[in-house]
Ligand binder design. Structure first.
Ligand code: GA4
Length: 332
């Protein structure tokens, strides 16, 4: 832990954990969405890492940078203006505090429900500065990225022999889907590097509770994933690709075959990192359990007790970021 600067010493939020930079990993699977072998390669990557880089996905770079520019505009407003869209409930603008249970990080963010009717008036204050431009950049981006997520889920279904092939993608396409979207800004922290040679933790280690997450960032790196052997490695950034990770719900639906990967973000010492993540989730009342068509192919019992997405989400919001949330739902 480190104390940053003088007046901040009095502020408990300035006590944010740090971490030594780790080695860059060049072994992240890179998958071309149009490759005829994509279904096999995606399943392999999700079994081994729970994570892969997706290229040739069809979303143009200027589509991504359009939203990135809007996000940068928002994050450069005065603190007073940004706070009008917070505190997060969980939706809205947040700074340094992550979730309701005391987690902190060197980050500011906007968390939105992908269903615009669910975002409160307060949250919609984010669009106030330039309502149409920001709102349409967010909505268009979500549509594009959701379609990529659905394509990937259909390839996963093909690769695993899940029938029907839309058994997973239909959950994201459902109008009651509880998916959400996050814009993160990790400001640089040069003082710390000079002081200690360490980086501040922007977003502490965790797994995503949902089905699948689709991340895009600018060229500033910082994302790290935890490999099977427990070691942490840095993921080289690539502003035109998506990084896909498996969430806890898909780990359960595949009875543990696909891995929900632990990941975290370190802040850069020199440049801002902007990331945008779509978290594909089922409707609240959806039962999360190993898929019948998968269980028929393989012998063995379900590793998990049955639960609904709403139960899992409620339990996640009672937990700390680094907690192993699936533990409560494992059969003993
Ligand atoms: C992690 C994945 C998503 O960013 C998120 C996060 C959520 C939040 O920031 O409000 C949580 C976190 C995430 C998991 C445990 C709980 C809930 C913060 C937290 C401590 C939006 C989500 O769905 O779960």
């Amino acid at each position: 832990m480190v104390v940053l600067s003088q007046p901040a010493v009095l502020d408990p939020l300035s006590i944010i954990k740090t971490c030594k930079p780790t080695s860059v990993f060049n072994g992240i699977p890179e998958i071309d969405l149009k490759d005829p072998e994509a279904k096999t390669l995606i399943v392999k990557a999700c079994e081994e890492f729970g994570f892969f880089k997706l290229v040739n996905h069809g979303v143009p770079l200027n589509f991504m940078t359009r939203l990135e520019d809007r996000a940068l505009n928002f994050f450069s407003l005065s603190q007073f203006e940004k706070d009008k869209a917070g505190p997060p409930d969980p939706f809205g603008y947040g700074s340094k505090r992550i979730g309701p249970n005391g987690d902190v990080g060197w980050i500011e963010y906007l968390l939105l429900n992908t269903n615009p009717h669910i975002n409160s008036h307060k949250t919609l204050a984010i669009f106030r500065e330039n309502p149409e431009v920001f709102r349409s950049a967010v909505e268009d981006y979500i549509l594009a990225v959701k379609s990529v997520a659905c394509e990937v889920l259909e390839l996963i279904a093909d690769g695993l022999g899940i029938k029907p092939r839309n058994a997973l993608s239909r959950l994201l396409k459902d109008e009651k889907s509880d998916s959400c979207f996050r814009l993160n800004h990790y400001p640089p922290c040069p003082e710390l590097q000079a002081l200690s040679g360490r980086n501040l933790i922007g977003f502490g280690e965790h797994t995503d509770p949902q089905i699948i997450s689709v991340l895009r960032s600018n060229t500033t790196s910082g994302l790290q994933i935890c490999l099977r052997d427990g070691s942490w490695v840095s993921v080289p950034s690539d502003h035109s690709s998506f990084f896909i990770n498996i969430g806890d719900s898909l780990q359960v639906m595949t009875n543990g075959r696909l891995r929900s990967v632990k990941h975290r973000v370190l802040t850069d010492t020199k440049s801002s990192r902007i990331s945008m993540i779509y978290f594909g989730a089922p409707p609240l009342n959806e039962k999360i359990a190993p898929l019948p068509s998968l269980m028929e192919q393989r012998e063995g019992e379900s590793l998990y007790k049955e639960f609904t997405w709403s139960e899992y989400k409620n339990s996640a919001y009672k937990s700390r970021l680094a907690d192993y949330r699936l533990g409560l739902f494992e059969k003993t």
